[in-house]
Design a binder for this molecule. Structure first.
Ligand code: NBP
Length: 501
């Protein structure tokens, strides 16, 4: 028997909305659903008549709002941007004070800040929640990153904890086996309150930026095995399966192994050999990189992974250039086993640097927006449900448990030791890639980041000299306290050097 009012509602029945609604209903919550195209709602409800909690279809927004228990909780899962604003605008006049609007789309965090403020002025509460894990995650357990009114989140928390992915408390491994009508019981939920206003969507954006980096780094490992060792897709698939058992163990490594082993149904060739090499993007990696530039936080590896997609997109230009621009003729002649092991280490070290950059970005953002982010908990949420879920995140959680104010992940003893041990291989791979002409932009950029970050003195002294020379921008001195600025009258470029006495 259905309840008189639903526990929660959901607007937007595309792939994410349908799957999240079924996940919520599987956990015994009654959920009302609404979609702009009514036929979609009717079909969805008709196709899923026996969920444990029950689905209630609403033809109009008025009907939808009336069907919810007060204070109402409703999730919006439509396209980020204008569509989300349009839904909020039509919803707001129908709501009562204290109702809770939850945006589960991939909103830009500044939009979430704006929406939270606007709704608060109307007496409404707003939560911007990152939802990660694609359709599979939404259906059987996503990673959830809610931000906004903390009291409102307390009311949503039982539902968010129930539907989130679950990990083993000790190992951090994701608990599997969820099936329609059979949710996972026990384990630690991959959901936690992130912070005020746009914090949840900001952290979700950083997750996506890190995801861009992870994906590109894996592609570079593949390119190096293919380019330097002439390995075929199934053989590389076996290597990725092996790597998945160790410290690189993660969802992305696992699916990479599966993709490399997959045959094209049409040609029976490895499918990866027939997929066109132009990558698409929806923008969250770009947002992360633009924000890093805006805040002046070095996140070069994440940005490099966005640029790598941009370069892949100019396919025709690259094909034309390949006929004109010649690379080196050097071939790798060493041990195959040793190079595969070195590529593994290069991938792991680059990944550590990329995550270090992502966490530094969040650290800076929390100052800018006055959030109090719990980095150990954020790494914990990412251990299950989301695209970057990985064994390695347990190490990040432990690092922030050791020191919640850690300045950079690289400074945690585990990561310091790991990179120290693996860096010789990392350097060999980057050098070899350059010598043999295989592009490995994120591996190289991560190594440059590492070498720059560990440099007590960078060549920026010369750079400040240049700035002072042409623009009188002044410089600080190594032999005077910080904050004192100097300028000298530089010679004209054509004039002989001034004699300084
Ligand atoms: P879409 O982003 O494609 O959203 C389309 C849905 O919103 C349709 O069902 C559409 O109805 C509905 N909608 C409503 Br209700 N009002 C609308 C309006 N005014 N304008 C446009 N559409 C309206 O769905 P999605 O791919 O499921 O993604 C939902 C959100 O989740 C997005 O913000 C996305 O970025 C985010 N997200 C997606 C993924 C993923 O893997 N896809 C992962 C994580 C997050 P209609 O049937 O009438 O067109």
């Amino acid at each position: 028997m259905s309840k008189s009012h639903s526990d929660i509602g959901l607007i937007g029945l595309a792939v994410m909305g349908q799957n999240l609604a079924l996940n919520i209903a599987d956990h015994g919550f009654q959920i009302s659903v609404y979609n702009r195209t009514v036929e979609k709602t009717e079909k969805f409800v008709a196709e899923n008549p026996n969920t444990p909690g029950g689905l209630i279809g609403a033809k109009t927004l008025q009907e939808f709002v009336k069907s919810l228990a007060k204070p109402r909780k409703m999730i919006i899962l439509v396209q980020a941007g204008k569509a989300t604003d349009a839904v909020i605008d039509s919803l707001v006049p129908l709501l009562d004070p204290n109702d809770i609007v939850i945006d589960g789309g991939n909103a830009l965090w500044t939009d979430t800040i704006r929406r939270e403020k606007a709704l608060k002025e109307k007496g409404l509460r707003f939560i911007g929640s990152g939802v990660s894990g694609g359709e599979e995650g939404a259906r059987f357990g996503p990673a959830l990153m809610p931000g906004g009114d903390p009291a409102a989140y307390k009311e949503l928390e039982p539902i968010w904890n129930a539907v989130a992915a679950k990990v083993d408390a000790k190992t951090g491994a994701q608990l599997g086996g969820a099936a329609p009508g059979k949710p996972i019981v026990g384990g630690v939920p991959c959901a936690a309150y992130i912070g005020e206003n746009g914090a949840g969507h900001y952290v979700k954006m950083c997750h996506n930026g890190i995801e861009y980096g992870d994906m590109q780094m894996i592609c570079e490992a593949y390119a190096l095995m293919q380019g330097l060792l002439k390995m075929k897709a199934p053989e590389m698939g076996a290597i990725f399966s092996e790597w998945n058992q160790g410290m690189l163990g993660s969802f992305l490594i696992e699916i990479t192994a599966d993709i490399l082993k997959q045959k094209d149904p049409m040609t029976k060739k490895p499918i990866v050999d027939v997929i066109l090499d132009t990558a698409g993007q929806k923008g969250t990696g770009k947002w992360t990189s633009v924000n890093a530039l805006d805040m002046g936080v070095p996140a070069p590896t994440i940005a490099e992974s966005v640029f790598a997609r941009c370069l892949s997109a100019v396919k025709e230009e690259r094909v034309a250039a390949s006929k004109i621009l010649k690379g080196p003729s050097k071939k790798y002649k060493g041990s195959k086993k040793a190079l595969i092991a070195a590529i593994h280490d290069a991938l792991y070290c680059s990944k550590i640097c990329s995550y270090a950059q992502g966490f530094q970005l969040m650290r800076e953002a929390q100052k800018e927006y006055k959030w109090k982010l719990n980095f150990g908990e954020i790494a914990q949420i990412w251990r299950g449900g989301c695209i970057i879920r990985a064994v390695f995140l347990q190490k990040i959680t432990e690092a922030y448990q050791r020191d919640p104010n850690l300045a950079n992940l690289l400074l945690d003893p585990y990561f310091t030791k790991t990179v120290k041990k693996a860096q010789e291989n990392w350097r060999k791979v980057v050098a070899l890639a350059a010598e043999c002409g295989v592009a490995a932009p994120t591996f190289g950029s991560a190594l440059a980041y590492y070498d720059s970050y560990r440099s007590a003195r960078l060549p920026a002294n010369l750079l400040q000299g240049q700035r002072d020379f042409f623009g009188a921008h002044t410089y600080e001195r190594t032999d005077k306290p910080r904050g004192q600025f100097y300028h000298i009258d530089w010679p004209e470029p054509s004039r002989p050097q001034l004699e300084i006495k």
